[in-house]
Design a protein. Structure first.
Length: 104
């Protein structure tokens, strides 16, 4: 028991922190990205049509092949016809953690 408790506490907090990141990232995504990229990363067809651009699924191999730094940069600074979304660095990090969960 003496050894179990610290181990349990460690695992609990490690997992808790990880879960919080993704949950916070999802909140940011829902607020700032969902209207164009859809709840699951599949593009909103009406937006793609309006912006006259092909939008890939954010969970596609092509998008998921990008590094965390690239995804962060594209989200914050924009990419192609997409304007950047102003985010604090911590929020952008959580957001990328959430984008990884969209992987198909
Ligand atoms: C106003 C609509 C809009 C919003 C809001 C938006 N995007 Fe986009 N996003 C686009 C469009 C359109 C493209 C395609 C741009 C192009 O290829 O010219 C794109 C492209 C991307 C790409 C590159 C995908 C690829 O095929 O390589 C990523 C990554 C991305 N968006 C992430 C995000 C994230 C994360 C957010 C929220 C912080 C976000 N976007 C908010 C419209 C939007």
């Amino acid at each position: 028991m003496k050894m179990t408790l610290p181990l349990f506490t460690f695992l609990f907090f490690s997992f808790g922190m990880f879960a919080a990141d993704v949950a916070a990232g999802k909140a940011t995504y829902d607020k700032s990205c969902k209207r164009c990229h859809g709840g699951d990363g599949a593009a909103n067809g009406a937006i793609a049509k309006m912006m006259k651009v092909e939008m890939r699924h954010l969970g596609s191999k092509e998008v998921q092949a990008k590094s965390d730094a690239e995804l962060k940069k594209e989200s914050v600074e924009g990419v192609g016809k997409m304007k950047g979304v102003a985010l604090a660095d911590g929020d952008a990090t959580n957001l990328v953690a959430f984008l990884r969960t969209l992987k198909q």
